[in-house]
Design a protein around this ligand. Structure first.
Ligand SMILES: [Zn+2]
Ligand SMILES: [Zn+2]
Length: 202
């Protein structure tokens, strides 16, 4: 599995394009959907699906531009985050206007049937339906807004829970030390580095 990670939108979300055998899997297209589509087409790839770590506006706002170019593209998300689409609280006027409910929403539990190399880890806490995408063969974790380098995601938004966040972090620290972690925002890290120095984990 090859990977390209770019920062999109003024919230600088890490959007990753994972690709293999000519197919591209787009994780958290938070903004700049046309730029993401251009990168995929420039590599001669066919987009297979959009994968969301959670449905906050800064992670989903590139979806309409992608769906305009690729209308049938499925959007995988945890069902507990589906009510956030079109919710009046889940937008920021201007750059992050509401995108409504995307068509072809899929339950992320069904993702491994089309992408067998992924293990979906349910990590509620930042949002009720937060997930992390673990690729064991690539020693790669896309941790969304659950785990950051040196920090963790906020739990004080609607639907957030520190108690559930603690349980979710426990699942992540059980992953192999050498796992590369690409958070939803900010620099890359590893499970080992976070276990050593992240104040929320030590
Ligand atoms: Zn978030
Ligand atoms: Zn975010």
């Amino acid at each position: 599995m090859d990977r390209l990670t770019i920062q999109v939108g003024s919230y600088e979300v890490n959007c990753s394009i994972l690709y293999e055998s000519g197919l591209a899997w787009i994780v958290d297209p938070g903004q700049e959907g046309d730029r993401i589509a251009g990168l995929i087409e420039g590599k001669g790839l066919v987009p297979a699906a959009i994968l969301l770590t959670h449905a906050h506006f800064d992670h989903i706002s590139g979806i309409p531009a992608l769906k305009k170019r690729f209308p049938d593209l499925p959007v995988y998300v945890h069902p507990a985050d589906m009510p956030m689409f079109g919710h009046p609280m889940n937008q920021y006027p201007g750059e992050y206007a509401s995108i409504g409910v995307p068509e072809n929403l899929k339950d992320v539990a069904d993702l491994p049937s089309v992408l067998p190399s992924v293990s979906v880890i349910e990590t509620p806490g930042h949002t009720p339906g937060g997930v992390c995408y673990h690729f064991p063969q690539d020693a790669l974790l896309l941790s969304g807004d659950t785990l950051f380098a040196g920090s963790i995601g906020r739990t004080d938004f609607p639907g957030g829970s520190m108690a559930r966040m603690v349980e979710s972090l426990r699942l992540l620290t059980a992953l192999p030390d050498g796992t590369l972690v690409i958070p939803g925002h900010g620099p890359h890290t590893t499970i080992a580095a976070e276990k050593r120095s992240n104040p929320y984990l030590v």
